[in-house]
Design a protein. Structure first.
Length: 164
């Protein structure tokens, strides 16, 4: 039988990207780095559709977890919550995986492009970051950052005549 404290610890652990958000300094970067291997494995064994489905499932899980964790916190967007980074990075990876890139280059470009938009928060990321309840906005801005990162890489590939 689990106690309320056990449930709370489990929810915090999930919100922290399986604990990656608790690493010192730059939790979003640590969370994104921690998401690379599971995302790559999903892509290898379940394909693009599998990674997209996993991203959407993790988005739902992230919203539910954040909705449960945030009321107990003073900060409505604590840095250690990095489940959103997992979703955004996985979306970016799924978007650019059809390009004819080496796996290493795809992972590196996904990481850099996603982090660029997640950190800089240009419009519309900055707009979405403040829309709706905190449990939604925490997740939504990273979804938009992941999509924008993927679009940036597609645009770069098109300009360079690379890819499909």
């Amino acid at each position: 039988m689990t106690t309320s404290a056990d449930s709370r610890n489990t929810l915090h652990w999930i919100a922290a990207g399986l604990g990656s958000g608790w690493l010192p300094k730059a939790p979003g970067t640590w969370g994104s780095l921690a998401a690379i291997l599971p995302g790559w494995l999903l892509l290898q064994y379940a394909g693009i559709i599998g990674l997209l489905v996993a991203s959407l499932l993790l988005l739902v899980i992230g919203c539910v977890v954040c909705a449960r964790v945030l009321p107990r916190l003073a900060d409505k967007d604590p840095g250690w919550i990095v489940i959103d980074e997992w979703v955004g990075l996985w979306l970016c990876m799924a978007m650019i995986s059809p390009l004819l890139l080496s796996q290493s280059l795809m992972l590196l470009l996904s990481f850099v492009a996603f982090r660029l938009f997640d950190i800089a928060k240009p419009w519309p990321v900055s707009l979405v970051e403040n829309l709706g309840p905190a449990w939604w906005s925490i997740m939504a801005d990273d979804v938009v950052a992941g999509i924008m990162g993927g679009a940036l890489i597609w645009g770069g590939a098109w300009l360079l005549g690379a890819g499909l």
